[in-house]
Design a protein around this ligand. Structure first.
Ligand SMILES: Nc1ncnc2c1ncn2[C@@H]1O[C@H](COP(=O)(O)OP(=O)(O)OP(=O)(O)O)[C@@H](O)[C@H]1O
Ligand SMILES: CC(C)(CO)[C@@H](O)C(=O)[O-]
Ligand code: BAL
Length: 305
């Protein structure tokens, strides 16, 4: 969706290492945004994006010429008229249109908070895959439910492409890179490292032998409890932070592992989380007065052993 950062470039690097011709799609897809979400505010940095991709093209020039890596063969940046040729796209839950829906997976976790999100993602990815006809497609681990859902879609619809999922690129304090991080501003940015710290703490507990699902999730919540004040079910630092979910799920279908159950260590699990970061409680600067809520997601893999 553009506003490229190192996480996106890592997907392109992996694609260049494994293919001859790489196409980068840049399209902010309206149908995956709910009517009250941040579609209008989504960052657009076309010039900077092109400069980053050009830099990457140069970085790979020698290897491309030797034939040991591919090259960026094109940028696919369609208009909405191209992507949705018949009907203008709807973001209403019961809106009309030609849609791809993957349920029940698309209703849980991210789908519970963003009811049209996965319908929009599955629909636009089907269109992208049909237009570009890629041998492989590259998705980021950061959006783990999205990548599991796309794998399911590719299998169920016999789409002839291989789905590759690339590890999450992080900032120095562990925060997963995301285009939406630019909305945070300095003050909120200082508090949000708590999300990855919580997930890593729970992952450590699992790696040290804890398999009780409730205990693994509790480890993550303990990090929030220690870092922030808890009141009325929300956390408070310089701003209110609401944890949407910290969830343990199975790999293939993202079905939940209940707190009373145990993780099967031979299977492992995904621990994923989402939180809503509200504007700072006592804004002092112009930037703080204009803040919008930012929803952040992250996850870690509890590897099978
Ligand atoms: N930190 C990251 N590491 C690896 N892959 C990433 C990272 N961030 C995004 N991606 C992947 O890049 C692809 C494009 O994502 P998208 O354009 O939505 O960017 P984003 O940074 O996730 O933005 P958003 O703020 O919308 O979450 C997706 O497959 C996504 O999972
Ligand atoms: C998969 C995707 C490109 C669909 O618009 C988007 O959700 C994203 O960038 O993660
Ligand atoms: N990275 C997923 C796209 C979205 O949040 O809309």
């Amino acid at each position: 969706m553009g506003a490229l950062h190192e996480g996106h470039l890592s997907l392109v690097r992996h694609a260049l290492a494994e293919n001859t011709d790489v196409f980068v799609s840049i399209y902010v897809n309206p149908t995956q945004f709910g009517v009250n979400e941040d579609l209008d505010k989504y960052p657009k940095t076309w010039e900077a994006d092109m400069a980053k991709l050009l830099e990457l093209k140069k970085e790979f020039r020698e290897k491309s010429e030797e034939g040991t890596a591919g090259e960026i063969a094109g940028i696919f940046a369609p208009t909405s008229k191209v992507m949705y040729p018949i009907l203008p796209p709807s973001s209403e839950i019961d809106g009309d249109g030609s849609f791809v829906t993957i349920t029940p997976m698309g209703k849980w976790l991210e789908g519970a908070s963003r009811p049209v999100f996965f319908r929009g993602v599955a629909t636009v990815c089907t269109k992208l895959f049909n237009i570009v006809q890629p041998d492989r497609v590259y998705f980021g681990q950061k959006d783990v439910q999205q990548s599991v859902l796309i794998k399911r879609m590719v299998k169920d619809f016999h789409i002839p492409t291989e789905v590759r999922v690339i590890p999450t690129t992080r900032e120095a304090d562990g925060l997963a890179m995301s285009s939406r991080n630019v909305f945070l501003g300095e003050t909120r940015r200082r508090d949000v490292g708590v999300l990855s710290r919580a997930l890593f703490a729970a992952q450590d507990a699992y790696n040290q032998g804890e398999v009780r699902a409730g205990q693994v999730r509790r480890k993550a919540f303990e990090v929030f409890d220690q870092a922030l004040d808890k009141r009325d079910g929300a956390y408070f630092g310089n701003q209110k932070i609401e944890v949407d979910y910290i969830a343990l799920t199975r790999f293939d279908d993202m079905t939940p592992i209940e707190d009373s159950a145990s993780i099967d260590p031979s299977e492992g699990a995904i621990l994923s989380a989402a939180m809503k970061v509200h504007p700072v409680t006592n804004p002092e600067t112009e930037e703080e007065r204009k803040q919008i809520p930012v929803r952040l997601i992250d996850n870690v893999i509890l590897e099978p052993r």
